[in-house]
Write a protein that binds this ligand. Structure first.
Ligand code: 5AD
Ligand code: SF4
Length: 338
């Protein structure tokens, strides 16, 4: 833990999460972000290339039992054409994201990674779920830079419940193995899953901090009507903003995105999060005809503009908020001393 954070007791951290001193919390988070990243905001374009998933997480619209969404898969050529467009747009990182979709073989993803890295000087993040570790190791050899594997909650029993029988220990082991393979590794939790309160949130944030991650993402729970949690209350936007601010204080060097779930609950909040400790935005760059089918939760991917227009708008919003939208790959600052 860095010096400033260790000045706070557990009770003080809880009071900060409850909103008892937002000026202190957000002010300190902003100061630490600024010292580490200056004015730069990194942009990671998320290409959601398939919305098929073989998992059944209770909170997620892509769960295999949800028959109400239109499923799609992009071809290798379509994926590569989208990445060409992102590179031309000077986006520094592309995130290839899908549900757990084994229809794309390890070799197929390997070909895509290889081709992207041959064609472009762009950082590549994989967010593909629980694929074989031998595949991840193979993709790493082709030049994949980063992985995103969320733990969603630090409670093994809640993990097992919310992810329909999956085990927390194996998820955690995966995060550690990916780090050892040399991937910049990101993880995160959903804030305000049903039954969790401020104490659980603090436990989650401390747990994430112990993992010494390169990237940490937290966003509020949003009930999806076609899931078993459809009638539950949403997670708090304020608690989510306070959580990312506290993570910044605890993890000065980590990349911390202002998550799109914030905007889904309260439009405009994602940009505000940049002044409260966050330093990354991750817009969907999925082609407009598919974008709204990546329906994880209501309010996700509601923009209907073309990818270049959408990127322009995001860059303008970042600039209007007083930051510099950066074309940098935004490598982890945590690794500069490794
Ligand atoms: N609310 C908020 N975040 C969600 N995710 C999935 N469903 C929801 C929801 N209802 C997030 C999870 C998952 C990612 C694909 O989206 O963190 O890892
Ligand atoms: Fe699949 Fe991920 Fe959604 Fe779970 S959260 S159902 S693994 S896409």
């Amino acid at each position: 833990m860095n010096n400033k954070a260790s000045l706070f007791s557990n009770e003080h951290l809880l009071s900060l999460l409850r909103g008892e001193d937002d000026d202190l919390l957000f002010g300190l988070a902003d100061e630490i972000r600024k010292k580490e990243f200056g004015n730069e905001v990194y942009i990671r374009g998320i290409l959601e290339f398939s919305n098929h998933c073989n998992k059944n997480c209770l909170y997620c619209g892509l769960r295999v039992s949800n028959r109400t969404i239109r499923r799609y898969r992009m071809t290798e050529d379509e994926i590569l054409a989208c990445v060409d467009l992102l590179a031309a747009e000077q986006v520094g990182t592309v995130v290839l994201q899908s549900g757990d979709d084994f229809n794309y073989s390890g070799a197929c993803i390997g070909r895509i990674v290889d081709e992207i890295k041959k064609r472009h000087d762009i950082a590549l993040t994989l967010s593909l779920g629980d694929r074989n570790l031998s595949d991840y190791s193979y993709w790493r050899k082709y030049g994949a830079d980063r992985c995103l594997v969320k733990i969603e909650t630090s409670s093994p029993t809640e993990y097992n419940r919310f992810r329909s029988g999956e085990t927390f220990a194996s998820r955690l082991e995966r995060v550690k193995e990916l780090k050892e393979m040399g991937y910049e590794t990101g993880s995160g939790v959903i804030i305000g899953l049903p039954g969790s309160g401020v104490r659980r949130t603090l436990q989650d944030l401390m747990f994430l901090t112990e993992l010494k991650l390169d990237m940490i993402a937290v966003g509020p729970f949003i009930p999806h009507p076609d899931t078993p949690l459809g009638d539950e209350s949403p997670g708090g936007v304020d608690l989510s903003l306070r959580s990312s601010a506290l993570l910044r204080i605890l993890n000065p060097e980590a990349n911390i995105p202002a998550t799109s779930a914030l905007d889904a609950l309260s439009p405009g909040t994602r940009i505000k999060a940049l002044g409260k400790g966050c330093n990354v935005v991750m817009p969907s760059v999925t082609p407009e005809k598919l974008r709204d089918s990546y329906f994880i939760y209501p309010g996700k991917n509601c923009s209907e503009t073309t990818v270049p227009a959408f990127l322009d708008k995001i860059r303008q919003d970042i600039a209007k908020a007083g930051f510099t939208p950066s074309p940098s790959k935004g490598y982890s600052h945590r690794r500069k001393n490794v």
